[in-house]
Design a protein around this ligand. Structure first.
Ligand code: C2E
Ligand code: CA
Ligand code: CA
Ligand code: CA
Length: 273
C-alpha cells in the first residue's frame, strides 16, 4: 500500500493512464468496426397499443467486439460522437437496416436514430436518397428519430431539412421527449409527425402519480397538435394498462419484445404476422 500523499497521486495517475489507453484502444477498434460495417442493426418492435398490431421496428446499433464481447450502445455511441464517427456509424447502420428490411412485409416501418451531427452535416437529404437508391428501400417506410439537440442550433435549417424529408415520404419523430430541454415552440413550429416519450417517464408509472400526470399532459398536448405518441420503455403489464387507459397510440419495450436480430425479425414476421 502507498503511504504518503504523493504515492497515492502516482497510483491514481497510473490508473487514469490505463483508462485513457483502454479508451484509445476502443476508439481505434470502433473506427475499424464502423469502416467494416460491423456495427449491426438490431430491431425492436413498436406496437399499436389499442389494436396490438405491429407497426414497425426501431433500429438500434449493436457492437459485438471480438474480444470484449457486447459493448453497451450508450458507451460506443458516446465515443462515436466524441471522435467524429457518429455520422459514418449512422449511415452504415441505416444502409444495413434498409437492406435487411427491404424484403419484409412492406407494411412494416423502420425508425432510425439520427444523431445531431449526422442531421446537421448539410447533405442529409442527398445521402438519404442515395441509401434509398442503393438499397431499394421505400422511403415511405422510414421514420427518423431526432432529439431536440439536433434542431436547436439552426432552426431554419432544421425546418427546411424536415420539409425535404417529408417530400420524400420520410416521417420524423421527436425522440426522448421530456428528457432534455423540451420546448413547446419546437413542437409547434417544426413539422414533426410523432413524439416518443422517454422511457424514464414510463417505468413503474402505476406507482408514480407525478409521471402519470406528465404523460397525460404530453398526450393531451400532442393530440391537440395532431401528433401520434410512442411510449418507450414499456416494461410491465401495469405500464401497458396505464398507457392504454390514456390512449397512447404506440408502445415499445420489454413488455412487447427486446431488440432482436434481423433473422429473428424475419422469423417473427413469418410466424406471428
Ligand atoms: P433511445 O433512442 O432512447 O433508444 C431506446 C433505448 O431503450 C434502447 O437502448 C433500447 O434497447 C432500450 N429499451 C427498449 N425497451 C426497454 C425497456 O423496456 N426497458 C429499458 N430499461 N430499456 C429499454 P440502447 O439500444 O441501449 O440504445 C441506447 C441509445 O443509444 C438509444 O437511446 C439511442 O439514443 C442511441 N442509439 C442506438 N442506436 C443508435 C444509432 O444507430 N444511431 C444513433 N445516433 N444513436 C443510436
Ligand atoms: Ca430512439
Ligand atoms: Ca436517446
Ligand atoms: Ca430514450
Amino acid at each position: 500500500a502507498k503511504k504518503g500523499g504523493r504515492g497515492q497521486f502516482a497510483w491514481f495517475d497510473a490508473e487514469l493512464e490505463q483508462e485513457a489507453r483502454e479508451r484509445r484502444a476502443l476508439e481505434l477498434d470502433l473506427k475499424e468496426a464502423v469502416a467494416n460495417d460491423e456495427i449491426a442493426p438490431f430491431f425492436q418492435p413498436v406496437f399499436d397499443i389499442a389494436t396490438d398490431r405491429l407497426r414497425g421496428f426501431e433500429v438500434l446499433a449493436r457492437w459485438t467486439h471480438a474480444t470484449r464481447g457486447v459493448v453497451p450502445p450508450d458507451l460506443f455511441i458516446e465515443i462515436a460522437e466524441d471522435v467524429g464517427l457518429i455520422a459514418p456509424l449512422g449511415w452504415s447502420v441505416l444502409r444495413q437496416a434498409c437492406l435487411v428490411a427491404r424484403s419484409w412485409d412492406p407494411r412494416v416501418r423502420l425508425a432510425v436514430n439520427v444523431s445531431p451531427t449526422q442531421f446537421r452535416d448539410g447533405h442529409l437529404v442527398e445521402r438519404m436518397k442515395e441509401v434509398f437508391e442503393e438499397t431499394g428501400f421505400d422511403p415511405r417506410r422510414l421514420e427518423i428519430e431526432l432529439t431536440e439537440t439536433a434542431i436547436m442550433s439552426d432552426f431554419a435549417m432544421a425546418q427546411s431539412t424536415l420539409r425535404q424529408l417529408h417530400a420524400l415520404g420520410v416521417t420524423v419523430a421527436l425522440d426522448d421527449f421530456g428528457a432534455g430541454f423540451s420546448s413547446l415552440s419546437n413542437l409547434r413550429q417544426l413539422p414533426f409527425d410523432s413524439i416518443k416519450i422517454d422511457g424514464s417517464f414510463i417505468s413503474d408509472i402505476k406507482d408514480r402519480p407525478e409521471n402519470q400526470r406528465i404523460v397525460s399532459g404530453i398526450l393531451a398536448l400532442a393530440h391537440g397538435l395532431d401528433l401520434e405518441v410512442t411510449a418507450e420503455g414499456v416494461e410491465t403489464d401495469a405500464d401497458f394498462d396505464f398507457l392504454q387507459s390514456v390512449k397512447c397510440e404506440m408502445g415499445q419495450g420489454y413488455h412487447f419484445a427486446r431488440p432482436m436480430s434481423g433473422e429473428d425479425v424475419a422469423w417473427m414476421l413469418e410466424t406471428k404476422w
